[in-house]
Ligand binder design. Structure first.
Ligand code: GDP
Ligand code: IMO
Ligand code: MG
Length: 427
């Protein structure tokens, strides 16, 4: 079963990087299919810690071919900075290939991301400020710049001029900022052309050939189901398809090539940025979870909002993605609690909702209905089989599995590469 999709179940930072890394030895290809350097995937290998933003985490495994798919938005400055930083640490990055159809993030996207957020005031989304939303807006608006445009200066100039046309009116007249010249953008983009050229390939063809040959391809999602532009808590979402369907459109393979759809879910919930979050904690148990789980953003360093596990959300993600497996991460963080609340349904103004409400306003007003499961105090970071876990931890996993709608195949018990309990292999 060679096509394996990794997607986030909640609002990101579930441990997708670690899950991808876990498959490293059995993986031939890893492809990033959505998002850009808004992601932050941390992988811990022995004493070494890597934080990847734009590159897929699979690049850390030697012998794995890494691909940046057409669905990604690429900030070229970040791309080369990240490649150089990895090379300096001895990582072989020579197998990276970039889709000619991926869009690029430029100076004006970053500027617009920041000024629009500022103008939104109280309604701001809390974006990462990396230019992600404006770059995808240009793509959908058909005024984006693609990687392949860097190789034809005339075309590039025409496209940048077209893109700047409206933006400079906005920047000058609405946002009171200076206009951006076509030359500065073109010069900047052209300065990367020679370095990008050898990386560019027909990545859809490469991936389909690999799948035809029975090789293992891991599709590493950025962001998560609840941040997906269609299925997430819109408008408090990112601007790409972060759910399993995005793996097909964002890489150029057919949906029938996606054999295993693996949802990564934390044993509790976190969120960075604004938007509804029914199980969010504002008391000392929230502080406890944040400091024990070290819940601070990999990309922006912001403290993450924290709350208990939300089972209707996991069921929703199972449905939207067609999840075949779950990887339950950070179970070790819950050690020491007498009892663990799990949200089993929502209360909206006196009405019980067993599934995610259709209306976003209802979700904003939802308060969790909790069930309390017994906790454990034993250190579980050394557990490597399901039976190594204390009975209460096993019961917690089994209860979550029954509520979440699909099989919990892997359990994370620490940040280290080997700190996992595998109940069912993913490859
Ligand atoms: P991603 O964006 O989904 O890849 O997740 P992040 O890397 O942003 O955040 C997950 C964090 O949890 C990282 O620092 C990981 O090293 C860490 N992590 C992943 N799995 C586990 C686990 O099972 N236990 C613990 N303690 N940490 C984990
Ligand atoms: P990984 O892949 C957590 C959030 C931002 C903001 C919203 C929109 O590490 O799980 P954007 O810059 O994408 O326009 O911001 O989405 N966000 C993430 N939150 N993890 C991420 O990625 C995120 N990528 C974007 O905080 O609320
Ligand atoms: Mg992250």
């Amino acid at each position: 079963m060679p096509g394996i999709v990794i997607v986030g179940v909640q609002w990101g930072d579930e441990g997708k990087g670690k899950a991808t890394d876990l498959l490293g030895e059995r993986t031939d290809w890893v492809v990033k299919f959505n998002g850009g350097n808004n992601a932050g995937h941390t992988v811990v290998v022995g004493d070494e810690k890597y934080a990847l933003h734009l590159l897929p985490s699979g690049i850390l495994s030697s012998g794995v071919n890494a691909v940046i798919g057409n669905g990604v938005v690429v900030d070229l400055e970040v791309l080369f900075a990240e490649l150089e930083a990895l090379q300096a640490r001895g990582v072989d990055t020579s197998r990276l290939r970039v889709s000619a159809n991926a869009h690029v993030i430029t100076h004006y996207h970053r500027t617009l991301d920041k000024v629009t957020e500022r103008f939104l005031g109280k309604r701001q989304i809390g974006t990462t400020g990396r230019g992600i939303g404006p770059a995808y807006a240009d793509k959908i608006n058909r005024v984006g710049i693609r990687v392949q445009d860097l190789f034809d200066e005339n075309i590039l100039r025409q496209k940048v001029e077209g893109a700047l046309d409206q933006k400079n009116h906005l920047l000058l007249k609405v946002y009171n900022r200076r206009a951006i010249t076509c030359d500065e953008i073109v010069d900047d983009l052209l300065s990367y052309a020679d370095r990008v050229r050898p990386l560019v390939a027909d990545t859809s063809l490469l991936l389909n050939d690999a799948l035809d040959a029975g090789e293992v391809v891991v599709f590493e999602g950025g962001q998560a189901t609840m941040l997906d532009v269609d299925h997430g808590t819109y408008p408090f979402v990112t601007s790409s398809a972060a759910t399993a369907g995005g793996a097909a459109t964002g890489s150029g393979v057919g949906p029938n090539r996606l054999d295993r759809i693996v949802g990564i879910v934390k044993a509790y919930t976190t969120r960075v940025g604004s938007g509804p979050f029914p199980t969010e904690l504002f008391d000392e148990s929230g502080e406890w979870l944040r400091s024990r789980g070290f819940e601070f953003g990999t990309t922006t360093g912001r403290p993450r909002r924290v709350g208990w596990y939300d089972a209707p959300m996991a069921r929703y993600a199972t449905r939207i993605n067609g999840l075949t497996d779950l990887v339950l991460t950070k179970l070790d963080i819950l050690t020491g609690l007498e009892r663990i609340p799990v949200c089993v349904a929502y209360d909206v103004d006196g009405e019980r909702f067993d599934e995610m409400p259709v209306s976003q306003s209802d979700f904003h007003h939802a308060t969790p209905i909790y069930e309390y499961l017994p906790g454990w105090t034993q250190d579980i970071t050394g557990a490597r089989t399901f039976d190594d876990l204390p009975v209460e931890a096993r019961e917690y996993v089994l209860a979550l599995e029954a509520m979440s709608g699909t099989h919990i195949s892997v359990i994370g018990v620490g940040a280290e590469r080997d700190a996992v309990v595998v109940r069912r292999d993913l490859v």
